[in-house]
Design a protein around this ligand. Structure first.
Ligand code: MN
Length: 372
């Protein structure tokens, strides 16, 4: 009897370790207690072992039968959960690797891209990763166990969207930014400031798009060049004249956006389309992680000094209204980026500055400034 118990414990220890490691990687950013909680199983005991038993459906106070079936049932339940709730932070890094961000690490899930179809000319409109995001996410869940990992700090982060068909900007979409533009001729350059409903959305060239590690390269260092920190919305499916009530369904995810701007008399589409003047990062947070995009703190500091600090609840056109507005003019394709507008506090940057841009529930990206 005693021998049998010892043998069960001996067999359990490595199994529990394996399952714990598996849960930690399979449910990114949540870990073991989070995994149990999201499965709807309350953690009634402190001990991790009790939670693991619960996770595998073993009643409290009873010992699980340590078997292959037991492990498989836990794994299947977690997989089902992930398929229903595929929350993920996906990044593109180094030489176009696809990464799953997990705490301060990145799991290399590049192999998940093998579900993307071979490209045939002419290309289907839209970014291929975002176009096939559901399939890629399912694949990521499959391969994340055992994926190679690197420290997030060692990765060069690129724009999580590689090939949008449009980068759309929302002009003057925070009242306090309108107020500062009315007071500071350096922002408006003497032009009449039209309201967003009068001006309409503007477009930034896709060739301006970079990720945080690439930095912003000042092309006109003698002209005022401002940071504009914004919530970036990435469209997930084709959207043509979408009413605002349905708009959130069309979002693939969110990222931090920088709408870099040279001040002057030229059209916005020129001044905001310079190479590297559209920054998106540090990763894509899938839409299911953010219930309400219209209540997120956002801020930017330059060399440690806070310049802009606000909340998306102050958007004049909120996210749903922007999707309705933009899609009333043109079809939005998967991967299209809407930069939702900037709050007050826009200010110039110089060669050597470091911008730290944060959106609540999304993350922080650090973007260096240099001369082009
Ligand atoms: Mn802007």
């Amino acid at each position: 009897m005693k021998t049998a118990r010892v043998s069960v414990v001996r067999r359990m220890i490595p199994v529990l370790r394996t399952i714990r490691a598996w849960i930690a990687t399979a449910v990114p950013n949540r870990g073991l207690p989070g995994a149990v909680a999201v499965m709807g199983i309350p953690a009634e005991r402190d001990s991790e072992r009790a939670e693991v038993y619960h996770g595998a459906g073993v009643p409290l106070g009873q010992r699980p039968k340590v078997s292959k079936n037991w492990c498989n049932s836990l794994r299947l339940r977690l997989q089902e959960h992930l398929e229903r709730n595929p929350t993920m932070r996906l990044c593109r890094y180094n030489n176009d690797r696809l990464g799953l961000v997990d705490g301060d690490q990145i799991a290399d899930v590049t192999a998940a891209l093998n579900v993307l179809p071979e490209q045939i000319w002419p290309l289907t409109p839209g970014d291929p990763l975002i176009l096939h995001l559901d399939a890629v996410r399912a694949n990521v869940s499959e391969i994340v166990v055992g994926a190679d990992r690197i420290a997030l700090a060692d990765a060069s982060l690129l724009s999580p969207v590689a090939n949008p068909t449009k980068i759309i900007g929302a002009p003057v979409n925070y009242q306090l930014h309108i107020d500062e533009a009315l007071e500071d001729g350096g922002i408006s350059s003497g032009k009449k400031i039209l309201k967003i409903e009068e001006a309409g959305p503007f477009l930034k060239a896709c060739s301006a798009l970079v990720g945080p590690s690439e930095g912003v390269a000042l092309r006109f260092p003698n002209r005022r060049t401002d940071h504009e920190v914004e919530l970036g919305v990435v469209i997930g499916k084709t959207a043509d004249r979408v009413p605002r009530e349905d708009a959130l369904q069309y979002i693939a995810g969110y990222a931090v956006a920088l709408d870099m701007t040279v001040r002057g008399t030229e059209d916005r589409s020129v001044r905001k389309s310079i190479d590297s003047y559209a920054v998106l990062g540090p990763w894509l947070v899938t839409a299911d992680e953010i219930n309400n995009p219209n209540n997120l703190d956002l801020e930017i500091s330059v060399n440690g000094e806070i310049r802009q600090k606000s909340n998306t609840r102050h958007l004049i056109y909120d996210v749903e209204h922007l999707i309705e507005f933009c899609s009333s003019f043109y079809t939005l394709h998967p991967g299209d980026i809407i930069m939702t507008g900037t709050p007050e506090g826009v200010a110039p940057v110089r060669d050597g500055d470091a911008m730290a841009c944060t959106v609540e529930k999304v993350g922080t990206m650090t973007v260096p400034v240099r001369l082009a």
